[in-house]
Design a protein around this ligand. Structure first.
Ligand code: VTB
Length: 331
C-alpha cells in the first residue's frame, strides 16, 4: 500500500471523531454512533482504494452504512480489507467518560480475519513482552513475565480489563499477585494498543470484549511490534448461532487461539485512530473559537513509523458538520 494512504485514512477517523464529539455527555449513544458512521462513510469516498469492509457496523441487513461486505473508497487499486469502528465506546460518549476513539485498520485484500460480532478473550502486550505471555497461562504467570520484561516489580505492573462480572477471576488473581488494576467501563481497543507504549499507564490488557475490536487491536499491535492472542468466546443462548456464523466466515475451530499474525496476516497494515474523549492513547476533541483540535495516531507496519497528528480544524469550513452543529445548538 502506498504510504500516502495512511494520511488519507487519518482524515477518515478525524471526521468520525469530530462528528461524534458533539454528542459527548448527551446521553444518546445511537445519535453519537450515527454521526460517526455517517461522517466516516462520507469521508471514505475521498480515499484512493478499492476497499471492502470486513469488520464493520453489522451485516448488510443490520446496518445502513459500513456494513460487512460494503465497498468503500474511490474504487481504484489497491484492493484492501478495511476494519472500522467509527465510534469505539458509544456508552463512553453518551456519558462523557474517558476512552472513546474513532478507529480503522487497513490491510491487503484477504488478510484480516473476518470475525463475527461476538465475544473474544484477549491478551495484549507491548514489544518487550512479545513471546512471554500466553492467553491460556495463569494470570499470575503472565504478570510476572510482564514485570520481568519491563524491569518492574509486579506491584508496578498495570493490568487493564473491562469492569464486568465475567472478569472477577482475572481481577482476583491479579490482586493476589499484587498487580495494579485499572477497570474500564467500555472501550478495550485504546488500552490494548496503549500496552505497547512504555509510559501510557497500561502494561497488559486482558479479558473478554468484542471480537471485531480484537482484530483491530491486533492490527495496531502489529505496527507497534507488540503481541496479541485471542480466542473467540461463544456465549449464552446465542452461542450455537455464533459458532455457525464463525463457520460461515471461514473459522472452523472456534476454540482455536489466534496469534497476532493470524488475526492480521499481512506485514503491510495501516492503523489509524482519532481521540473522541481522552484515553490511554489519545487526547479527545477539544473546541475553541469555532475550531476543533483532534489528535490522531497513524501507523504503518511496513515502515514502522508512528505518527501523532494534531490537527486544528476550522469548523466553519467543514460542510460535513454544518447541519449537525446547527441542529445541536437549536435551543
Ligand atoms: C463493550 C465495548 C467495548 O467490548 O463493552 C464490549 O464497550 C464488551 O462487552 O468497547 P459487554 O459490554 O457486552 O460486556 C468492546 O466492544 C470492545 O471489545
Amino acid at each position: 500500500m502506498e504510504r500516502e494512504l495512511a494520511l488519507e485514512f487519518a482524515r477518515v477517523t478525524e471526521a468520525a471523531a469530530l462528528a461524534a464529539a458533539c454528542w459527548v455527555g448527551k446521553g444518546d449513544k445511537e445519535a453519537a454512533d450515527d454521526a460517526a458512521v455517517t461522517a466516516m462513510r462520507v469521508m471514505f469516498d475521498t480515499v484512493s482504494v478499492d476497499g471492502l469492509v470486513v469488520i464493520g457496523e453489522g451485516e448488510m441487513d443490520e446496518a445502513p452504512m459500513l456494513y460487512i461486505g460494503e465497498r468503500v473508497g474511490m474504487g481504484v487499486l489497491p484492493q484492501v480489507d478495511i476494519a472500522v469502528d467509527p465510534l469505539e465506546g458509544t456508552n463512553i460518549v453518551a456519558k462523557g467518560l474517558t476512552g472513546a476513539i474513532a478507529v480503522l485498520a487497513v490491510a491487503p485484500r484477504g488478510s484480516l480475519l473476518h470475525a463475527p460480532d461476538m465475544y473474544m478473550d484477549k491478551i495484549a502486550v507491548g514489544p518487550e513482552c512479545k513471546g512471554r505471555v500466553f492467553l491460556e497461562a495463569p494470570v499470575k504467570d503472565n504478570l510476572r513475565e510482564v514485570a520481568r520484561a519491563l524491569d518492574k516489580l509486579i506491584s508496578e505492573v498495570t493490568l487493564v480489563t473491562l469492569d464486568r462480572p465475567r472478569h472477577e477471576g482475572i481481577i482476583e488473581e491479579a490482586r493476589r499477585a499484587g498487580a495494579r488494576i485499572k477497570l474500564i467501563s467500555d472501550g478495550d481497543v485504546s488500552p490494548g494498543v496503549a500496552a505497547a507504549y512504555q509510559n501510557s499507564g497500561v502494561d497488559i490488557l486482558m479479558g473478554i470484549g468484542g471480537a471485531p475490536e480484537g482484530v483491530i487491536t491486533a492490527a495496531a499491535l502489529k505496527c507497534l511490534g507488540g503481541d496479541f492472542q485471542a480466542r473467540l468466546y461463544p456465549e449464552g443462548p446465542e452461542a450455537a448461532d455464533e459458532i455457525k456464523r464463525c463457520r460461515e466466515m471461514g473459522i472452523d475451530d472456534v476454540n482455536k487461539v489466534f496469534t497476532i499474525d493470524e488475526l492480521a496476516q499481512s506485514d503491510d497494515v495501516i492503523f489509524v485512530a482519532t481521540g473522541i474523549t481522552d484515553s490511554f492513547l489519545l487526547k479527545g476533541v477539544r473546541y475553541f473559537k469555532r475550531r476543533a483540535v483532534t489528535q490522531t495516531l497513524v501507523m504503518r507496519s511496513t515502515s514502522g513509523t508512528i505518527r501523532h497528528i494534531e490537527a486544528d480544524h476550522n469548523l466553519d469550513k467543514k460542510p460535513l458538520f454544518k447541519d449537525q452543529r446547527i441542529k445541536l445548538n437549536n435551543f
